[in-house]
Ligand binder design. Sequence first.
Ligand code: MHF
Ligand code: KIV
Ligand code: MG
Length: 265
Amino acid sequence: MAATTIAKLAKMKAAGEKIASLTAYDASFAKLFAQQGVDFMLVGDSLGNVVLGESSTLPVTVDDIAYHTRAVRNGAPDAFVMADMPFMSYATPEQACQEAAKLMRAGANMVKLEGGDWLLETIRQLVERSVPVCAHLGLLPQSVNVLGGYKVQGKEASAADNTLRQALALQEAGAQLLVLECVPSSLAKRISAALDIPTIGIGAGPDCDGQILVMHDMLGLNSDYLPKFVKDFLAEAGDLAGAVELYVKQVKDGSFPGPEHSFKG
Ligand SMILES: Nc1nc(=O)c2c([nH]1)NC[C@@H]1CN(c3ccc(C(=O)N[C@@H](CCC(=O)O)C(=O)O)cc3)CN21
Ligand SMILES: CC(C)C(=O)C(=O)O
Ligand SMILES: [Mg+2]
């Protein structure tokens, strides 16, 4: 399969072909995911939860993400790899540029940052300096202490309108992808239709341009909590390669996520 690029992801949106993505943290799984046609991989700060056993993503450092990005890159040399910028590694545009450079040197093709309006200047500076950016709206796990828990975001009409406005501003600032986490399906649908750049949903319903899950969750390894948007593909498929193949197939044909994995407005 041809290597994924940002241009290819944009073409997929234009053609109505769904984008299938998973988190990855090591070379062995990255290799499997590439073989099974996963369109891109995210070295998520969820590694705090699933790799390090922390109770949030806040303890994760840039060095942690860089270490795992290098592993994923080594396992999947041609894959499109996105790396999360961890908590407080992009508090200012200058810091963001310096820390993003470490992730790009480790093998990332793009970095992801959580937030809206306050990030516009940071995104402009990263993009001007040749670091592609994925934005992230809705539930922001790095803000768990402000939000008071992992809750669906954008349920009220005013919050939904505000999220749509911020999505357009992030695109205007130069973001080339947008992750939407735990928002009502109706809001994700509106945002996906309004934006030129692809939206990647997790708990955001079926109308996003693509989907992402934490790999451990889709393999039934989730321990502490089971969010509504998670489906155990290993239980259904029986083996690892089959589980990933089934995930890609069900994202592409639109059968995942179903209403039982999504939040109503
Ligand atoms: N393994 C793992 N999977 C994830 O998806 C994930 C992580 N870790 N760590 C960082 C964040 C935390 N995330 C979470 C965690 C819990 C819920 C959750 O339980 N949500 C409720 C919504 C409750 C409501 O507002 O109605 C749910 O029922 O899904 C959602 C996202 C997503 N991210
Ligand atoms: C769940 C995805 C979007 C993420 O940010 C992560 O895995 O850290
Ligand atoms: Mg993350």
